[in-house]
Ligand binder design. Structure first.
Ligand code: NDP
Length: 478
């Protein structure tokens, strides 16, 4: 019987494309899908390729060379547990199961632990790039047993996208859930990127009155500079799309932004770790508010906007300020995303290499952007950099563009245009660069009064002395 180099479970959009990608690099791929007719159709449609259709998990396992590598590309959650439980009795020690689904990292930690007991390796691998990425070069974020990763690395190197200077976008993220965590934060940043682009569009269209074609041209031009990224690229092209009557597609599609949870997971864990990650979280909330379509329509009838409804002239200065504000917001959201990774690395003992994570995101994934190259450099120069904003390049950008971000945020706020991500970028920037935070002192005083929580004396920056109570301070001569 012909033996396969690797197995793929699931021939839905992602699994089928990933199987074809692997096959195209010279490997024989055994495929299995819960609904066997789909496996048959897939293999028939790709007749002549080195694909082996299997119709039971027993057959799948028997068809793959040992030690086996099997990639699961199926609906995350219960389906993954069902398939794992059915596979465990069929696999041998040293085999490796790779979950390429969008799985919550805590599930991956638990599954890695459970399978490890039977000597079966479990890799949780973030996969980004959508179906076309899966077919021609995704960004891959594997985490799990290092020896198992080394075993599958030659295949991952071949199927992954390549950075502009030819490096594969697959890096070993760390043990157990480290890879799925990186993918989760990737998706959080994706939410922020998309919301920031949406806010910029809304300002240009509804505040400045520019028509859709003009805005498409502006985004196209921006994509040639420091904002160069996959999302800006596709957005410029999407704005140019029209229906048969010539109406821009953006004007006819429903204004509800759905989500599948990954951005929310990122925010949830940032809250658990106590790491500020406001822009991603605002982007998640913005999607939630967008889903309240009927409520929004009802609210419009009773809630007023600003008294003066002014249109803003789209001068070259205003448009350039929008560009700067967008880049400023983007820099701050990536800074927060990497700060979350720094906290997580310490808390979960993952030992992330942040410059390598930047490399992983430079090509193939949805947030690929020119910006990731200076991020890679920043962490290469200083692997312990606490926050990107402290790197000289990014401090320079933020200092140079903050004024534009303030102007655009103020303009939007004054005119009743919601900009949750722009405004939180500016607020975070101001909070972060403030050694003295009067509002925090206010909060601490109130906490001590009603909850007996205590306060500290301050010197310039650090806590000084032991925890005291306001009543002690009143009698103190400090
Ligand atoms: P879906 O998420 O729609 O999942 C469909 C696949 O899951 C089918 O193969 C289906 O089998 C299988 N499945 C569902 N329930 C079970 C079960 N109980 N037992 C066994 N198999 C089951 O497909 P996608 O291709 O879109 O995504 C696959 C994975 O990749 C998901 O985890 C997704 O989150 C992730 N992902 C998706 C991306 C995308 O752009 N779509 C990007 C990156 C990751 P059947 O045909 O029998 O129903």
């Amino acid at each position: 019987m012909k033996q396969a180099n690797i197995g793929v479970i699931g021939v839905a959009p992602m699994g089928s494309n990933l199987a074809l990608n692997i096959e195209s690099r010279g490997y024989t791929v055994a495929v299995w899908n819960r609904t066997g007719s789909k496996t048959k159709r897939f293999v028939q449609k790709n007749a002549g390729k080195n694909l082996i259709a299997t119709y039971s998990l027993q057959d799948l396992v028997k068809t793959i060379k040992k030690p086996r590598n099997i990639v699961m590309m199926i609906k995350a959650g219960k389906p993954t547990d069902i398939v794992i439980n059915n596979l465990i009795p069929l696999l041998d020690k040293g085999d490796t199961l790779i979950d390429g689904g969008n799985t919550p990292f805590k599930d991956t930690i638990a599954r890695n632990k459970k399978l490890d007991k039977s000597g079966i390796n479990f890799i949780g691998m973030g996969v980004s790039g959508g179906t076309s990425g899966a077919r021609f070069g995704p960004a891959l974020m594997p985490g799990g047993q290092y020896s198992a990763y080394k075993n599958i690395k030659p295949i991952l190197d071949k199927i992954a996208a390549k950075t502009p200077d030819g490096r594969p976008t697959e890096i070993y993220c760390g043990p157990n859930g480290a890879g799925h965590y990186v993918k989760m934060v990737h998706n959080g940043i994706e939410y922020a990127d998309e919301e920031l682009i949406g806010e910029t569009y809304t300002i240009l269209r509804h505040l400045c009155g520019l028509d859709v074609d003009k805005i498409a041209a502006i985004f196209k031009k921006w994509n040639k500079g420091e904002l160069d990224s996959y999302l800006i690229d596709i957005f410029a092209n999407l704005l140019a799309k029209k229906d048969k009557k010539g109406t821009p597609v953006i004007d006819i599609i429903l204004d509800e932004a759905e989500n599948k949870g990954t951005g929310k997971w990122s925010s949830e864990d940032a809250l658990n770790l106590g790491v500020p990650q406001s822009i991603i979280t605002e982007a998640v909330y913005a999607r939630f508010v967008s889903m309240l379509k009927e409520e929004r329509a009802a609210a419009k009838k009773v809630l007023n906007g600003p008294s003066k409804d002014e249109m803003v002239k789209p001068t070259a200065d205003v448009v350039e300020n929008c560009r700067k504000a967008l880049y400023f917001g983007k820099v701050i959201s990536y800074a927060q995303g990497f700060e979350q990774l720094r906290f997580a690395s310490k808390y979960y003992n993952w030992n992330y290499h942040f410059d390598q994570i930047a490399v992983d995101w430079e090509a193939g994934c949805i947030i690929r952007a020119k910006l990731l190259q200076p991020i890679e450099q920043a962490f290469k120069k200083n692997p312990k950099l606490p926050n990107l904003l402290l790197d000289p390049y990014f401090a320079g950008v933020a200092n140079k563009y903050q004024d534009a971000a303030r102007k655009i945020s103020a303009l939007a706020m004054r005119n009743g245009v919601a900009i949750p991500c722009f405004s939180s970028a500016v607020s975070y920037f101001d909070e972060y660069r403030t050694p003295l935070s009067p509002n925090a002192a206010c909060i601490q005083m109130m906490r001590d009064t009603f909850g007996d929580h205590g306060v500290f004396f301050r010197n310039d920056i650090h806590r000084q002395g032991t925890r005291l109570h306001l009543s002690d301070l009143e009698n103190s001569d400090k």
